[in-house]
Design a protein around this ligand. Structure first.
Ligand SMILES: *Cc1c(COP(=O)(O)O)cnc(C)c1O
Length: 304
């Protein structure tokens, strides 16, 4: 058994609830739709980021360093975990927000996380040996570098648990999992955790045809079939939104009382709604939609 870090000591709601939803305009032959409410796992550590960190071996004697954007749900989750575990952490943040810190940056600073702004140029080489050399030169060798999004092999094991929990929570035969995709580790974890006959559909939240498929593939070594990424619902790109998406958020929240945000979950549910209306599923199908959380990261997005 792989050890868990103090994530589980944070008081997490595991297993996360599995709830049925049905929108009023769905056709009579719509599939059964269940939401896996990972957004409810923890009030601060966002859903899939909790799962991705759950098995990460963090050492109290090593300086944890990670990287991301100014609204990153991953940096937010990791900084809270490090704060609670009394682990020194530095967040490398793309761009310079020193004059206008985001809500995320204000939170992590309060939790004692060091913030280091880095140029777009340095951020662009974050997966190279040159970057590793810079890290060691700048921070020394007693560091634990956690890649962007917390996307490690440990993340996949955490995500596998979504499939295991769902199998325990319902007697229905699950035919599909649907999830938003950014770095691809969340989707890869569902793909490696599903059973052979189940399908996984990823909804790209950014423009990344081919690139995202490669990102997912590099996490899964076997040749697993029955998955694909839909690239038609990014609404202009990462963290971009559209009038249609804004209207959908209001409508969806009114009908289901499930909170969603425009960067990830709204794009997922918008896509799922379109797929159902366009009859991409059958009446006998049961679709599990993974609500990955992320409400903290959308605090800056003006909705009106
Ligand atoms: C990070 C994040 C994702 C994307 O997960 P990846 O593993 O990077 O594809 C989806 N939803 C939310 C809320 C996130 O914070």
């Amino acid at each position: 058994m792989i050890k868990q870090n103090s994530c589980s000591a944070l008081g997490a709601l595991i297993p996360s609830p599995l709830e049925r939803i049905k929108l009023s305009h769905w056709p009579s032959d719509a599939p059964t739709v269940l939401i896996k409410r990972d957004d409810l796992i923890h009030p601060i550590v966002s859903g899939n980021k909790w799962r991705k960190l759950q098995y990460l071996p963090l050492s109290p004697t090593k300086h944890a360093i990670s990287i991301g954007g100014g609204h990153s749900n991953h940096l937010h989750a990791l900084a809270y975990l490090c704060h609670e575990s009394r682990i020194k952490m530095t967040a490398l943040v793309r761009g310079d927000y020193s004059m206008l810190p985001t809500p995320m940056l204000k939170d992590i600073q309060q939790w004692g996380c060091n913030i280091q702004f880095i140029s777009k140029k340095r951020y662009a080489i974050r997966e190279t040996a040159e970057f590793k050399a810079w890290l060691n030169e700048y921070f020394g060798s007693n560091i634990h570098f956690i890649p962007e999004g917390g996307s490690t092999q440990y993340a996949l094991k955490g995500m596998n648990n979504v499939c295991l929990e769902v199998a325990q929570q319902t007697t229905r035969k699950i035919t599909h999992f649907v999830s938003p995709v950014a770095s691809g580790a969340t989707l890869a974890g569902l793909i490696s955790g599903k059973s052979d006959e189940q399908s996984v559909i990823g909804v790209a939240v950014l423009k990344g045809q081919h690139y995202l498929e490669q990102q997912v593939q590099r996490f899964i070594h076997e040749n697993t079939s029955n998955w694909f990424i839909d690239h038609t619902f990014h609404h202009g790109g990462y963290a971009k939104t559209s009038e249609k998406l804004r209207q959908f958020i209001d409508f969806f929240q009114d009908e289901t009382h499930v909170p969603i945000e425009p960067v990830y979950s709204a794009k997922l549910f918008y896509a799922l709604d379109q797929m159902i209306v366009n009859k991409k599923f059958g009446l006998q199908d049961t679709v599990v939609a993974l609500h990955t959380g992320g409400l903290q990261g959308a605090r800056h997005v003006k909705m009106n």
